[in-house]
Design a protein around this ligand. Sequence first.
Ligand SMILES: C[S@@+](CC[C@H](N)C(=O)[O-])C[C@H]1O[C@@H](n2cnc3c(N)ncnc32)[C@H](O)[C@@H]1O
Length: 323
Amino acid sequence: MSNHWSEYWRQGHTTSFGDALSGNYEGILQSVWEPTFSSLQTDFVAVDVGSGNGSVPLLLRESLSNSAKVGKVYGVDLAEVQLSENTKSENSTIEIELISNTACETLPFENESIDLYMSQFGFEYSSIESSLKEASRVLKRDGQFSIVFHHGNSMILNRNKKILRLIELPQASDLVEYLREIAIAMGSMTSANDIARIKQDPKCESIRVKINQAIKDLVNYDELSAQDSQLMMFIAQFFKEGIFWPLAKKQQFIEFIKLQMDTLKLRLTELVNASFDEDKLARFIGIFKQNLLEINEIKVLKNEQKEILGWYLDARKIENCEV
Ligand SMILES: C[S@@+](CC[C@H](N)C(=O)[O-])C[C@H]1O[C@@H](n2cnc3c(N)ncnc32)[C@H](O)[C@@H]1O
């Protein structure tokens, strides 16, 4: 089970882009799926692997909402995932079922039972050789294999590598440690008098100076990433909203910040390792034929500003071919 992803999906995000993308995918990361969705025949069965909280199944349902097509789309994820409340009860001819705690290396589907196997920023996190073999097993003959996956030089990777570098700095973990120290040093805080008291307190003052210095270092290092990491927002929340919280609540919040930073670090490290450069792509392409998959198209997806968003690969299951 993937605990850090479960923790992330429990917060109710629809995509893996967190607060940077409040709704579902849009732009090219939505439109790239349109031809695939519209070519599905009624009574189709589709599976989205590494589905998270169902962003791609939801795009599929929305895309076919005005058609009479009936179908089922499974979202499979190693983590604990769930459709958010506001997307659950819609009346639709397309049924979505998310299956948690399930690896795409061993799918719970019969041989040759799936019309469309897809993934957006999910497949590449798995053991790709086993997952490709498994995709081929479950796909019907002529079934479609279509994935969007991380490009090592995309704007997504470049931005997240910077955030990772920032939260790996000692100042980032020191900050959490200083919050722990100051929470204890402040003692009980109930009124403005306590604010005056801690300002006079040499211990609180020395920790406050260390906190300010760590913030300054991080912001000077990379202001945008410091904001993107949400660490600054958490610190501000601690001193604004949290200043009069009882010690136990302050400590709970600090543990929450620590968990957020640790899970972010894990997610971003996985992201970097999962991404594909051209050499890795070439090796990947090399194992399609032996899995009875014939590639139709590989392209780099770019946004309107011509920035790279990821790779797109489309293939079909064939009966047999020369290996
Ligand atoms: C970056 S998220 C993408 C989620 C979603 N497709 C999206 O675009 O919002 C990657 C997901 O892949 C899942 N994952 C990682 N390894 C997996 C595996 N071997 N089998 C199934 N899911 C996996 C993670 O738990 C995580 O939810």
